[in-house]
Design a protein. Structure first.
Length: 151
């Protein structure tokens, strides 16, 4: 997505009009329009003011993705009681069918045992509780996956 598109999406998400943003920044509505269409770009000071106005960091504004933001907000709003009710394997299995079929090909027990040992090691070395150790291990695995996808 372009910076102009990011600016447009962030403004809409903030519930502001071009006129309202222009007034707060002391520029014309046409200037806001040109920024949002990519005809011109705001300078770094104006970009920072836009980020503050839209309640984003400058990095978030540059990388703004409405879909990602909505997912992050949905996660933040979802209670543990609700997430405990979700069958995550079935939910993700709709997108990744291998999650529904791998038990036919793979005995998960040895992998579960190895992961359990890593979990215990992480808890012992870090002092994390069960949930925190699991989340850290999951995050490490996700980072390994991201690195493999890149190269």
């Amino acid at each position: 997505m372009s910076l102009g598109s990011n600016l447009y999406q962030a403004r809409k998400k903030a519930g502001l009009s071009q006129e309202g943003v222009a007034e707060r920044l002391g520029v014309s509505r046409q200037t806001i329009s040109k920024w949002e269409t990519g005809e011109t770009l705001p300078d770094i000071r104006q970009s920072k003011r836009l980020a503050v106005l839209y309640k984003l960091t400058l990095d978030e504004l540059i990388d703004f993705d409405l879909d990602v933001q909505e997912v992050q907000e949905a996660i933040a709003r979802t209670s543990d009681a609700v997430t405990d009710k979700i069958d995550w394997t079935s939910a993700w299995g709709k997108k990744y069918p291998v999650l529904l079929t791998y038990p036919e090909k793979v005995d998960p027990a040895p992998y579960a045992q190895a992961l359990g040992q890593l979990l215990e090691r992480l808890k012992g070395e870090s002092g994390y509780n069960e949930l925190d150790a699991f989340l850290v291990l999951k995050d490490i695995l996700a980072k390994v996956w991201q690195a493999r996808k890149k190269g």
